[in-house]
Write a protein that binds this ligand. Structure first.
Ligand code: NAD
Ligand SMILES: O=C(O)C(=O)C[C@@H](O)[C@H](O)[C@H](O)COP(=O)(O)O
Ligand code: ZN
Length: 372
């Protein structure tokens, strides 16, 4: 781990993304620690005159503190409040942001700061990608899921009536500041939802993550737990390594979609009242069963999914009568090619691979294993 001392806080970890020669993106750092907001002006840079701070309703106070701080530093700073959670990932909210930028006279040298969970940083990044065909943006994730996954890697986007994240762009941030203190105000439901993406990183790449959680699942549910920083750092390293090698998902990056084919269908089916991580949890159990049924994954690793996810309080089953609708939605998954469904499965622990066009009977059998 790279330990350096911050200007405003104590020791923190800095993980560089894109240094491995990723095409189309300047390298940037994910900084993990405490009291990191002093880093913001350096990231924004002196070339910017205006800064828009996009935040969810739940973080109105944080958004205003940031705005006032940036205004004190001489920027023309505006705060733009978005709805909480998935309600913000709509074209109407994006249009509201474009209007705010237009009214502020936002130019190509100005900067957007997205402070909030994954939903907020997805929209903030998307607005940054589309405004004037692309302005710089900085992610300040305030959920564990945002820190380990959503804010890193430059996938930005919104939902449409037909499905999750169907409109978006690859537009990496100029920097990511993960202030662990932000996690203290997060409800346990949201915190635990983020553990699903951490567990995903464990299964696809870094099994030490699973060992850490299994050692003390109760502690893993707590932002103040002894392993919190290590779990976050390990997961960010997994994500950083993958997106550095394949920013635009031409191959390797698809492994980060483990469990997501079914998860996105569940989220849509639940009108986004399920948290993303909860849906990914069920989706990973489904993918593990699919791998097992296809004769690719051993029983012990498949069973380990259900055990570790349940141990932290994540769901592992879903309403059985919804299968036809889920199957229909899965067809518009971004990994599909024409009429062919494609899934990420495991050929073993930390051995992700693609399963193309599985037999419908195989899908049904895997579904039976998660059906309530
Ligand atoms: N772009 C990517 O690569 C990527 C990766 C993973 C997930 N995602 C997306 O991320 C979203 C889920 O993100 P999430 O799990 O962070 O949920 P979220 O952004 O919906 O946030 C959950 C709730 O917590 C509130 N909140 C955020 N930070 C808080 C804090 N510190 N204290 C109190 N409340 C706080 C939010 O306002 C919201 O109501 C989904 O839309 C998912 O598709 C994107
Ligand atoms: O970064 C990626 O690539 C991922 O797939 C990470 C996922 O956890 C994330 O939920 C992502 O938003 C899903 O992307 P999508 O392309 O399936 O919409
Ligand atoms: Zn995800």
């Amino acid at each position: 781990m790279t330990e350096v001392t911050g200007k405003t806080g104590g020791a923190h970890t800095r993980i560089t993304v894109g240094a491995g020669g990723s095409v189309g993106s300047d390298p940037y750092d994910v900084v993990i620690g405490r009291q990191l907001l002093g880093e913001l002006p350096r990231l924004i840079g002196s070339g910017a005159q205006r800064v828009a701070v996009l935040h969810p309703e739940a973080l109105a106070e944080t958004g205003e503190v940031l705005r006032a701080d940036l205004a004190e530093q001489g920027y023309q700073a505006v705060a733009v409040q978005l709805p909480n959670a998935e309600e913000s990932k709509t074209v109407e909210v994006a249009a509201y942001c474009w209007k705010a930028l237009g009214q502020t006279g936002f130019t190509r040298t100005d900067v957007i700061v997205g402070v909030g969970g994954g939903a907020t940083t997805d929209v903030a990044g998307f607005v940054a990608a589309t405004w004037l065909r692309g302005v710089r943006w900085i992610a300040v994730p305030t959920t564990v899921l945002g820190m380990v996954d959503a804010a890193v890697g430059g996938k930005t986007g919104i939902n449409t009536a037909e499905g999750k994240n169907l409109v978006g762009a690859f537009h990496p941030p100029a920097g990511v500041l993960c202030d662990l203190a932000a996690l203290e105000s997060l409800g346990v439901h949201d915190y635990v939802s983020g553990l699903a993406e951490i567990i995903k990183a464990g299964f696809i790449s870094d099994p030490a993550i699973l060992d850490l959680i299994e050692r003390d699942p109760e502690a893993a549910r707590n932002p103040g737990g002894p392993a919190t920083a290590e779990l976050i750092e390990r997961s960010v390293r997994v994500k950083a390594k993958v997106v550095s090698a394949d920013l635009k998902e031409s191959g390797l990056r698809e492994i980060l979609n483990y469990g997501h084919t079914l998860a996105h269908a569940i989220e849509k089916n639940e009108r986004y009242n399920w948290r993303h991580g909860a849906a990914v949890s069920v989706g990973m159990v489904f993918a593990a069963e699919l791998g097992r049924i296809a004769g690719r994954l051993d029983d012990a690793t498949a069973d380990r999914h259900r055990a570790v996810l349940k141990s932290v309080g994540l769901p592992v089953t879903y309403r059985g009568d919804q299968w036809p609708k889920l199957l229909e939605t899965m067809k518009v998954d971004k990994k599909s090619r024409g009429d062919m469904l494609r899934f990420i499965v495991l050929d073993g622990l930390a051995k992700p691979a693609v399963l193309e066009g599985p037999d419908p009977a195989m899908l049904l059998a895997a579904h039976a294993e998660i059906a309530e």
